[in-house]
Design a binder for this molecule. Structure first.
Ligand code: 5GP
Ligand code: MN
Ligand code: MN
Length: 325
């Protein structure tokens, strides 16, 4: 049962003394919130730990307490360290989602897997998974609640941010009564919900706006305009000065067009490697489509990486979507 899994997770954390805490590559709000939330718990319990991610923390999320303490592998922060024996993976549907950080995990390491993706394959020694949780941060709220761990404004702000971002501002279908109950409890700690929403969901940086402009100029459709997509090239990223976090939300433009059932964003990372974001506005399960390409995610929001030239990647994915319609 879920309650039993919460207890097993708490026991895992009590049992070890030194941890590596990691979330998925190209971290989003829930990934970073969950990383620092686990860090917060480990500090409370006087455990030693290292927080790390394969990629840079989005600058918009640096306001979160201790987000600046997350080491970034791509900046060389992990060179010459001893591999870790105890690892907590948050918001990672499968172990490969930690990316290059697997180099810092001992071959026989003990792993705690905390996640909410329906495609989670239950890797690790202890898997704390709740598929109907809106965010990993929601599961962490349950975990702290179960452990009777008193909260503060600091941790409430962290958890609220994970909930806010993974529910698209409490709008997606994962916004359950439980989510709203938790959000209400967190707000009671003095969380500035409006400030966080403005910063994370409303504000658009100049490079991001320039990227939106380029992306929209290439809007394309298939299947009687039930599928729509945009693509972004490395030149776009360079010429606009945009970073990965500026891609956030871009896939919603095709997805939000009236009549469109599946919106796609293709980001050519390098020639021959294309990151695909999939969003469903209707009944289509995009996680199932992403899984065909070794990706995963949620029914209405999923992704994968396709190892093909941009044109061919677009064609291959659009073809799969067409067949699903
Ligand atoms: P996004 O399109 O925002 O990158 O990702 C949407 C959702 O799909 C997120 O829940 C994310 O974790 C998941 N996702 C994106 N790419 C991949 C992937 O390559 N593999 C898996 N398993 N999940 C992914
Ligand atoms: Mn995530
Ligand atoms: Mn999440």
């Amino acid at each position: 049962s879920y309650a039993h899994d919460l207890d097993r997770a708490l026991t895992f954390i009590q049992k070890h003394d030194q941890f590596l805490v990691v979330a998925h590559v190209n971290p989003d709000g829930d990934a970073i919130s969950s990383t620092v939330a686990i860090g917060w718990l480990l500090s409370q319990w006087n455990k030693s730990f290292t927080m790390v991610n394969a990629n840079e923390v989005p600058s918009k999320l640096m306001f979160l307490s201790k987000a600046d303490e997350i080491l970034v592998a791509e900046q060389g922060h992990l060179k010459e360290r001893e591999p870790f024996q105890a690892v907590i993976c948050v918001d990672c549907a499968d172990y490969a989602r930690i990316g290059s950080i697997s180099d810092w995990v001992a071959p026989n390491a003990h792993i705690l897997n905390i996640d909410h993706h329906p495609t989670n394959d239950r890797y690790g020694d202890v898997a704390l998974i709740r598929e109907d949780a809106a965010a990993t941060a929601e599961i962490l709220f349950d975990l702290f609640d179960r452990g009777v761990i008193p909260l503060s404004n600091e941790i409430a702000t962290i958890l609220y941010t994970g909930l806010l971002t993974d529910t698209g501002g409490f709008r997606y279908s994962n916004t359950t009564p439980h989510v709203m109950e938790i959000a209400s409890k967190l707000l009671a700690y003095g969380v500035k919900g409006n400030v966080i929403a403005e910063r994370l969901l409303e504000a658009i940086s100049k490079p991001q706006m320039n990227l939106i402009q380029r992306g929209l100029s290439r809007l394309s459709y298939a299947s009687d305009e039930r599928i729509a997509w945009l693509y972004i090239t490395p030149e776009d990223m360079q010429q606009t000065g945009a970073s990965n976090e500026d891609l956030e939300g871009l896939v919603n433009y095709p997805r939000n067009i009236e009549g469109v059932e599946v919106g796609l964003l293709f980001k050519e990372v390098i020639p021959g490697r294309v990151k695909v974001s999939m969003r469903s506005a209707g009944d289509i399960n995009v996680a199932a489509i992403a899984q065909i390409f070794d990706g995963g995610g949620h029914v209405k929001a999923a992704g994968c990486t396709v190892h093909l030239p941009l044109e061919e990647a677009i064609q291959a994915v659009v073809e799969q979507v067409k067949q699903t319609l």
